[in-house]
Design a protein around this ligand. Structure first.
Ligand code: IDP
Ligand code: MG
Length: 149
């Protein structure tokens, strides 16, 4: 069982795509362990995207992610990190496989709708950035045995 952090970015919230994006993760069988609507400030954005500091797209990226509220969620399930990344599609929507979120709704890399953690260490660090331990809820669903062996 893996956990991952998802951000439904400002463009997706403004375009009314929150429900559709959550539905795509839900119907794969991933479990929602935590979720909230927040407005990311500069401080939090710089922590989240620290790895990209100094790159040419850093300033516009910080402006983008702080421009309007986002939905942050923790999803879990078997191989959740890779499942989420593949459901989102490639970073650049132009290169994303049709059927993925970024391909179905996006045109440009700077408006690519969703974030998903890229590995177990980043997932743990990103979850801790947005949620306290008590906000990540360990409940069982009646359908769990029909989703995972
Ligand atoms: P990821 O979101 O698929 O993990 P990263 O390379 O970690 O992609 O980049 C983080 C975010 O920064 C991207 O999702 C995108 O919003 C933005 N970004 C990355 N590369 C570019 C670029 O070349 N131009 C504009 N924005 C970019
Ligand atoms: Mg990344």
């Amino acid at each position: 069982m893996e956990r991952t952090l998802i951000i439904i970015k400002p463009d997706a919230v403004q375009r009314g795509l929150v429900g559709d994006i959550i539905a795509r993760f839900e119907r794969r069988g991933l479990r929602i362990a935590a979720m909230k609507l927040i407005h990311i400030d500069e401080e939090l954005a710089s922590q989240h995207y620290a790895v990209h500091k100094g790159k040419p797209f850093y300033a516009p990226l910080i402006r983008y992610i702080t421009s309007s509220p986002v939905v942050v969620m923790v999803l879990d399930g078997s191989r959740a990190i890779e499942v989420v990344r593949r459901t989102m599609g490639s970073t650049n929507p132009v290169e994303a496989t049709p059927g993925t979120i970024r391909a179905d709704y996006g045109l440009e890399i700077g408006r690519n709708l969703v974030h998903g953690s890229d590995g177990p260490e980043t997932a743990a660090a990103e979850i801790a950035l947005y949620f306290s331990e008590s906000e990540v809820l360990p409940y069982k669903r009646a359908i769990d045995d029909w989703i995972a062996e």
